[in-house]
Design a protein around this ligand. Structure first.
Ligand code: ZN
Length: 496
């Protein structure tokens, strides 16, 4: 068995399940996605051992025997690849602790140590995948290879079949279809982005497919941490480590909840922003390697490691932000230093002002009223006032009244962020739920507030300031997550 096959076979074991879930659980995106920018096709000059009449485009044969599954541990196969990682940390990085020393300091905790599955594109009719090196293609009815540009068209034929074109030669591929490059230096490219691990095409509804990236969790984090907190400098390394641990914890939590779903996380703010290999940067990579396999736990459970940009001086109880049950480690915490100044006070989003014309805000409210969960349900009217009626202990608005000519509607401050959307072209949510009564003057309405984000868990700007002030990653994490423990992930499913 080739190295690539050893890596991919176990993944195939879960793909029929993926396919079913994809049909059941995912809805097509009517807008689709713009087709990725074309890459120059390199396939025409590549060697091929194929015996059919298109030797220059495709290798392998779909009539080959169906691959067996359940043979190899996919996660371990990744680790066995042996090639040094491209971005071995610079000489300034500290030597990693030995596993034994680590496990004494950060005791082991079981977690699903498998590749994480990230949704890259949902419900698209076509896609272009480019591979500079020979890529393996695994389908339910055989395997093959290609090099160069593969155009995928989902609009033709049955819903579990795509047309894949390489160097003007078409083949029909059964789904799910897994693409993989067994090379430490070559990545699969989708549009402008390179991706580590495997790219999986799964069927969707109505002649569309979704595209998923399955890869090692540590590689996934390399495409997340720089986009979530910035690349930062070595002076802020401890904040990057705290962010790496929070993001890793969030990832393992979702993996444990979504094992039977077609993917574990979205690649957007709905979960964690993921930019593939293009997002990787030197200092974040150092932080990820230095905290390899470390996550946060509370009472032997992986925690929900929420985080946000700027708390505004005090983080939020989870139940005050989103309702529901309280959580012992997601408590409102002061983010002030010894002199009483908020750590996140220097951030650009600490204080904010948002101004709309009355007509602009009225139309925004009408457009997004459904996201407010208002009492009573929103029924229009001319906007007259917006009043804070109650606040949670952390200062965030717990009850906001929208007063119109048709009546008064109440909603929580966190829900109100998604109704009173910002006066920008992309209409992002209002920056925080910690704001003052709206003021109205000259046909304009203005709201001022502090903080950016939901306020639950770690304050990222505060974490950066704490790192600069000399706190280490554990001190930073303990400032935002109450009574948590740092633990080392081990594979709970591995045979001992
Ligand atoms: Zn803060």
């Amino acid at each position: 068995m080739t190295k690539a096959a050893r890596v991919l076979l176990p993944l195939l074991a879960s793909l029929s399940l993926l396919m079913d879930c994809a049909k059941l659980g995912m809805t097509p995106n009517p807008g689709g996605g713009a087709p990725p920018k074309d890459k120059p096709a390199a396939a025409d000059k590549s060697k091929s051992s194929a015996k059919n009449d298109q030797p220059s485009a495709w290798g392998g044969n779909l009539r080959g025997s169906v691959v067996k599954t359940h043979e190899v541990d996919f996660a371990r196969a990744f680790e066995e690849e042996g090639a040094p990682r491209r971005d071995a940390p610079s000489q300034t990085a500290r030597a990693p602790q030995t596993p034994a020393a680590r496990s004494l300091r950060y005791p082991a905790i079981a977690a699903p140590k498998r590749p994480v599955k990230i949704l890259l594109k949902r419900g698209v009719t076509e896609a272009v995948v480019y591979s500079a090196a020979t890529a393996q293609v695994y389908t339910p009815n055989g395997s093959m290879s290609f090099r160069g540009r593969m155009n995928i068209d989902a609009t033709y034929g049955p819903s579990d079949v795509i047309t894949a074109t390489v160097n003007n030669v078409k083949k029909e591929l059964r789904l799910p279809c897994t693409l993989y490059v067994s090379s430490a230096t070559n990545l699969l490219e989708l549009g402008e982005n390179g991706y580590r691990g495997a790219v999986i095409v799964v069927p969707e509804n109505a002649g569309t497919v979704s595209i998923i990236n399955a890869l090692h969790v540590e590689d996934y984090l390399r495409g997340v941490v720089p986009l979530e907190i910035g690349s930062l400098s070595e002076a802020e390394l401890e904040a990057l480590k705290a962010q790496a641990i929070a993001a890793r914890t969030y990832t393992y939590k979702r993996m444990s909840q979504n094992a039977d779903k077609p993917f574990d996380l979205a690649s957007t703010v709905a979960d964690q922003v993921y930019g593939g290999a293009n997002a990787e940067a030197t200092v974040p990579d150092m932080a990820i390697r230095a905290t390899n396999d470390l996550i946060l736990a509370y009472n032997n459970d992986i925690v929900d490691a929420y985080y946000h940009s700027t708390c505004g001086g005090q983080t939020a109880n989870i139940e005050d932000a989103w309702g529901g049950e309280s959580c012992p480690y997601l408590r409102s915490r002061s983010d002030a230093d010894k002199s009483g100044k908020p750590y996140c006070g220097q951030g650009s989003a600490f204080r904010w002002t948002e101004t709309w014309s009355m007509s602009r805000l009225s139309s925004t409210i009408k457009q997004h009223a459904g996201e407010g969960n208002m009492t009573p349900p929103y029924n229009g009217g001319t906007l007259r006032r917006i009043e804070v009626r109650a606040r949670a202990g952390c200062g965030r608005v717990s009850k906001l009244a929208l007063v119109t000519s048709a009546g008064e509607y109440a909603m929580s401050g966190e829900k109100a962020r998604f109704v009173l959307r910002r006066n920008t072209p992309s209409q992002q949510a209002l920056r925080s739920a910690n704001f003052n009564n709206a003021t109205i003057a000259n046909g304009e309405i203005t709201i001022t507030g502090v903080g950016y984000g939901h306020g639950v868990g770690m304050c990222q700007v505060g974490a950066i300031a704490r790192a600069r002030a000399g706190e280490n990653f554990e001190q930073i994490l303990r400032a935002y997550y109450t009574d948590i423990a740092v633990r080392t992930v081990f594979d709970g499913n591995a045979r001992q």
